[in-house]
Design a protein around this ligand. Structure first.
Ligand code: NAP
Length: 255
């Protein structure tokens, strides 16, 4: 890194802040701030960053003039974040916080909403982005976390959030259940989880190239064993449950 390396003020030091640092700490310099200086210092130290502080909260106003800011605190914390000056850019991963709210809280030349997911830790997040004007810094930062998809309208943002941000939990439940199924049928836990990991890994490659319907058709042969399971899952409302889960997550974020 040299003096030309962009510096980003990361507000927050929780799970998502850490995931982004895992992916990007070698490409960018980060100043880490939050309400607890010891937590900010610990995260900065872990990722070889030298700048941290407790400004922005509890009456300590953050001097934002010309800065690039990445908000990664809980959405409700935004109301207590205080800034002064005109930032270069404000990027936010906060669920349910609109561009209009960001503009009110922190004036800047550019405001960007981003919705990464936890796979950013392994640079495999699929991140939804929205801004009135696309900026290269957001593409570089979230591109380093995996792939990016610019949305054409802010209205689509919550749906993308539910799919990309919440679905990892649903897929983790499916993986856990399949691992239990293997154990039930006599595999050891280690064998079972190894098969499930391999399954998800291989499935990701298939999905990259094929439509899900075709993958299902190619596995489920007439009167075969797979279609028995497919029929059972349909009778249990498997697909409807997933559709409804996304719908509920979306409804909650819009509350
Ligand atoms: N985790 C995900 O998979 C994910 C995915 C996409 C987007 N996001 C978004 O990322 C943001 C952070 O989520 P997270 O999962 O990283 O949560 P987290 O691990 O619980 O971290 C929360 C962060 O918010 C700070 N915070 C909470 N209440 C605060 C307050 N009243 N004043 C100041 N700071 C406060 C915490 O500081 P203290 O420790 O000092 O409380 C911490 O830095 C959220 O807005 C969420 O919507 C998360």
């Amino acid at each position: 890194m040299n003096n030309d390396t962009p510096c980003i003020t990361l507000v927050g030091y929780g799970t998502m802040a850490r995931a982004i640092l895992c992916a990007c700490h070698e490409q960018f310099r980060f100043e880490i701030i939050g309400r607890d200086i010891s937590k900010a210092a610990a995260l900065a130290k872990e990722f070889g960053q030298t700048s941290f502080g407790s400004v922005g909260f509890d009456g300590h106003v953050f001097e934002a003039e010309g800065k690039n800011i990445l908000l990664a605190v809980k959405p409700h914390a935004l109301s207590s974040f205080r800034t002064k000056g005109y930032a270069q850019s404000v990027m936010s991963v906060l669920a349910g916080v609109s561009i209009a709210s960001l503009e009110k809280t922190c004036p800047a030349l550019h405001h960007v909403r981003a919705m990464p997911n936890i796979a950013a830790v392994y640079r495999q997040s699929c991140t939804a982005l929205f801004a009135t004007e696309k900026i290269a810094l957001a593409e570089q930062l979230f591109g380093a976390c995996g792939s990016i998809i610019w949305l054409s309208s802010e209205n689509k943002f919550d749906a993308a959030m539910a799919l990309s941000g919440c679905a990892p939990a649903y897929l983790a439940m499916a993986a856990e259940a399949l691992s239990d199924a293997g154990v039930r049928e006599g595999l050891s836990r280690e064998e079972s989880i190894a098969f499930v990991r391999g399954l998800f890994h291989g499935f990701a490659s298939l999905l990259d190239k094929q439509h899900p319907e075709l993958i299902k058709e190619s596995v489920a042969s007439p009167s075969g064993v797979t279609i028995e399971g497919v029929a059972l899952l349909e009778s249990c409302g498997f697909r409807g449950a997933l559709i409804e889960a996304i719908h509920r997550s979306l409804a909650k974020v819009r509350k």
